[in-house]
Design a protein. Structure first.
Length: 401
């Protein structure tokens, strides 16, 4: 039976160990498990990128070094022990100063705190890389063999990359060495696809994730949750989330304590406050509260700077009502490529979730962020743009009041 790197790492970071880690961090086991689902393929992708950048021997040395670390000992990193700096050393070798950005992405994806995400990465990095190192030693693998082995593992690693950790826009696919060309002509896949075509969406989205991480590792300096505009490659897709006019705030909405918000009457801030202040309002599964002044840079998940006022307002409202629990949904019209549109909405809702948490909303208040693409679009692709733009929205569903 062939060696599966991802599955072998999961065996090391078992359910029992996950529960122990959750207790040490004060996080729920479910959130820690979800965080690791994002962390493991992220670390392995970092290994792929390091090797593809030409440092195969350095990758081999890093892995064999990690194989000498005792995993239970490394749990000391959760308490800030010696394992903490060792784990961070591995992360800095792979991701450099971008480690903080990745911690924020994992926190937004899983619901754990940024500090917990950082601690989990410190534990998982030497554990995951150590599994690779042990396999290298067991098979007496050299640098050339490692290059071939990682090439064979690439699709498996990208396939398990969760879509919801996509922080930024669709870009970077031109950096893929031998995969992107194979799917440049892929057709859009609807949600109710046939069994034989169900692999297309997760694989294409995984390729997008690979490009995103490549960009994070190679940008000049960290920039929080905002990255510069980029162009789409490989699969042309029409950006059906059209830019709206620059925000104009003409009405001061007030929080229950009298604090004014620079927001317009009838906007999402006003609607949310009306809901929370109404004793008769009931949570539901619908997504009726649309961000009405939220603009993204074209073709990306980068939130326009002028839109951050509304993000900050919504975060402050959530913080004012700490019992509130919401879900964020991304919706698009039927124009363009359905597969890439879904990926774009996935990345945008993840970006909004991360921005809300960064602006002060409690991480546990955002239960999930999901991009639905055009699955729930009401108007056909040939409808006037004045109608189709109603299907382009990022919205909030209040699940707990």
């Amino acid at each position: 039976m062939s060696f599966n790197l991802i599955e072998s790492v999961k065996e090391v970071l078992s359910v029992d160990m996950t529960n122990k880690i959750a207790g040490m961090l004060g996080e729920s086991s479910m959130n820690v498990q979800q965080a690791l689902q994002g962390i493991i393929p992220t670390i392995m992708t970092g290994i792929l990128l390091k090797a593809e950048a030409g440092d195969v021997q350095g990758t081999l040395n890093l892995a064999t070094d990690a194989s000498r670390i005792d995993i239970p000992y490394n749990l000391n990193s959760l308490a800030g022990g010696a394992g903490s700096s060792r784990g961070m050393d591995f992360l800095k070798i792979l991701f450099g100063e971008k480690t903080t950005v990745l911690s924020e992405v994992i926190a937004a994806y899983s619901g754990v705190s940024i500090q917990s995400a950082s601690s989990l990465m410190s534990v998982a990095a030497p554990a995951a890389i150590g599994v690779l190192g042990k396999h290298i030693l067991d098979t007496n693998m050299n640098a050339s063999g490692l290059r071939s082995f990682l090439k064979g593992q690439k699709k498996k690693i990208l396939h398990v990359m969760p879509t919801s950790i996509f922080l930024e826009g669709i870009m970077g696919l031109e950096n893929l060495s031998d995969i992107s060309g194979k799917f440049s002509g892929s057709e859009g896949v609807e949600k109710k696809s046939t069994a034989g075509s169900k692999w297309v969406l997760p694989l294409i989205i995984s390729l997008i994730a690979f490009g995103i991480i490549w960009y994070i590792l190679n940008m000049q300096k960290p920039s929080g949750i905002q990255l510069p505009p980029v162009t789409d490659t490989v699969v042309p897709v029409k950006d059906t989330s059209a830019a709206r006019p620059a925000p104009v705030y003409a009405f001061s909405v007030k929080l229950p304590d009298g604090t004014p918000l620079n927001a317009k009457k009838g906007g999402i801030e006003d609607q949310l406050l009306n809901f929370f202040n109404d004793p008769n309002s009931k949570p539901s599964r619908r997504f009726p509260y649309n961000f009405d002044l939220l603009v993204f840079n074209n073709g990306t998940a980068v939130i326009n700077k002028e839109s951050m006022t509304q993000i900050q307002n919504v975060a402050l409202i959530l913080k004012t009502f700490p019992k509130a629990r919401i879900k964020i949904g991304g919706f698009n019209d039927r124009g363009g490529d359905s597969v890439m549109n879904r990926a774009l909405t996935e990345s945008r809702v993840a970006s909004v979730a991360a921005a809300l948490k960064s602006a002060g909303a409690y991480p546990g208040q955002i239960l999930s962020a999901e991009g639905f693409g055009s699955d729930f679009a009401r108007y056909p692709a040939d409808a006037p743009d004045s109608l189709r733009e109603k299907d382009r929205r990022i919205a909030i569903s209040i699940r707990v009041k």
